[in-house]
Ligand binder design. Sequence first.
Ligand code: AHR
Length: 516
Amino acid sequence: MKKHLFVLTAVLSITALTVSAEKANLVVNADQPGAQISKHIYGHFAEHLGNCIYGGIWVGPESPIPNTDGYRNDIIAALKHIQIPNLRWPGGCFADEYHWKDGIGPKESRPKMINTHWGGVVEDNSFGTHEFLNYCELVGTEPYVCGNVGSGTVEEMSKWVEYITFDGESPMANLRRENGRDKPWKVKFWGVGNENWGCGGNMTPEYYANLYRNYATYCRNYGDNRLLKIAGGANSADYNWTEVMMKNVGAGQMWGLSLHHYTVPKGWGPGGKGSATDFTEDEYFTTMEKSLFMDELIGNHVAIMDRYDPRKRVAFCVDEWGAWYDVEPGTNPGFLYQQNTLRDALLCASTMNIFHKYCDRVRMANIAQMVNVLQAIILTKEDKMVLTPTYHIYDMYKVHHDATYISVEMLSPMYRLANRSLPALNVSASKDAQGVIHVSIVNIDPKNDIDASCLLKGVNAKNVSGIILSSDNLTDKNTFEDAEKITLKEFKKAKINKGELSLTVPAKSVITLTIQ
Ligand code: AHR
């Protein structure tokens, strides 16, 4: 008989759950209030890195690739379809070397720079402030600008805010007008540096906390624009960084505190991180184990934040996360170009379920990165575009944007490999503004389908429909030759009988059910 693990997403009411040999038992507590799942956890990140910006979202107006004012039309449509809520730019490590005045004015007079972090290529600054903010308007997303603390100045950052958001007469607002933009843009999310413990200046948390306070003071709110300032946060499990930031900066001075955490199957050592497409089941298991660590990681950081900020005023912003593998053979190692398989979709959906669980604190997250870099949702090759399995999770999960979190109790069979085990299923649920309930279930077990029965508390459920993402092999991927190998399909096998939902969750699949 298989052993079961209690997976708790809320206080467990054991009486409602029955243990059976092969089955999963769930209780969806739709009768209990929950916090809002901010749509901003579905945010994205576009750095001046490899072909994320250049060739990815931007090809320039003269390009034969169909574009609107230089922005690829295919990418615009794909991003609109999944309703991306925010876009972080210009980095990443690039942000702390970026001097925004190099990226405004006539393109031919913009200075060039070396992109020292990413391949040592020449950055011609043809994509700058106007190009980024106009893009956000075109796509219908909130800009999240990350300012330069590492090699910039307080004055430079302060003037950037003025340039972008001030409506009156001022040197920076007038300069913006000279450059063709009369009205200011709205910018909500403002990052004060990036990875200041590393590429953003190699600082101690105490030093950065002081700098943060200094820089943030001069990032002004002009007119009715209200900046939500986000402080650079910890590197993965550096809990001391969070402790110092909460103690020395605190709720009054930052809207959010960030966290960066990547899943690297074989680690950061010289032996390589692991292939994106060619991996064993053992490596798959490790990848999932490492990505599910996000739960413990957030839990630990949140516990620190709760001590200083019990009212949860400071948002926890996981503004860089995702899988980081070896680059595709033959590509520039500095461009971080990797393929994306069904494994990445399972990783993505499982991570989203974890973010949902902490939605009262995690109010922003940005997968790294949007196009052609790391766990990209979109890959491009000249005029071709591929939507990766990860993209389809963003599509499937958009029903959770700004919905009300519903806690789910679950007893899941284990996914076992040799002497290791993980819960096979992970789940989350929400109720949208129309009262429709969505339950997302991930089965990370690559071999075993799992029967599940689900008690729906507080719901008079009549109908259930669903969509599923799966494929024959964990290593399956979408390619430029076969772009639709993995796509969303209708899932018809869930049934409701006398208020109880039952289904079989196929091996290595993600399902979202709509219940009404
Ligand atoms: O996303 C790639 C890089 O990873 C970012 O530039 C940096 O912030 C992080 O180390």
